[in-house]
Design a protein around this ligand. Sequence first.
Ligand code: CA
Length: 221
Amino acid sequence: MSNTTIQIDNKIYNYLLSVSLKEHKALKKLREVTSSMPGSRMQIAPDQGQFMAMIVKMIGAKKLLEIGTYTGYSSMVCAMAMKSGQIITLDNDPIATEVAKTFWKEGEVDHLIDLRLGEALDSLNQLIEEKHSASFDFIFIDADKANYKNYYELCLELLNPNGIIIFDNVLWSGAVADMDDKSKNTIALRDLNEMLFNDQRIDLSMIPVGDGLTIVRKKQS
Ligand code: CA
């Protein structure tokens, strides 16, 4: 036995799914449809979705913000966990989000989800102008990595003081740990991870679910 995180190979992963994943049929279908689409690697893993849904339930989140809708899996799984409330989700891709809208209807959660198309930085500033500051219980950041730091500062403003922010892809398939990897997105994520680690305003936990998640919460005074 070791006191480090277990290495998950396919056999263990499939076992994990077989004894834990309870995926709504509309989510499963969405995953299948998305798997043949451009950018399908952007879709979150189903166990990650279930983990996020569990957090939504645990903290009783009623107002969610997502940066990076893609085909709508994460917003749908969170909406299903929430039942009542509001999700505002931001993306600039009209094609992928058409798929999202179709499946939100199929999953009967479309009335909970407000999709805003455009540049996310503009939409975040718009939300601040609309007086959404300090109101979101749960914020999921899963979009262009170079802007994660910019999204973060605006999201801290929008976050309910008791709320959480979750960053996706913080381990970037492990590339962040390879200091020889100097690609733009790897550097952006490595910088983000160091910045969050040194940010005295927050508590954080980085967990190896999916491609790595960092959960951030404002320190309580
Ligand atoms: Ca992602």
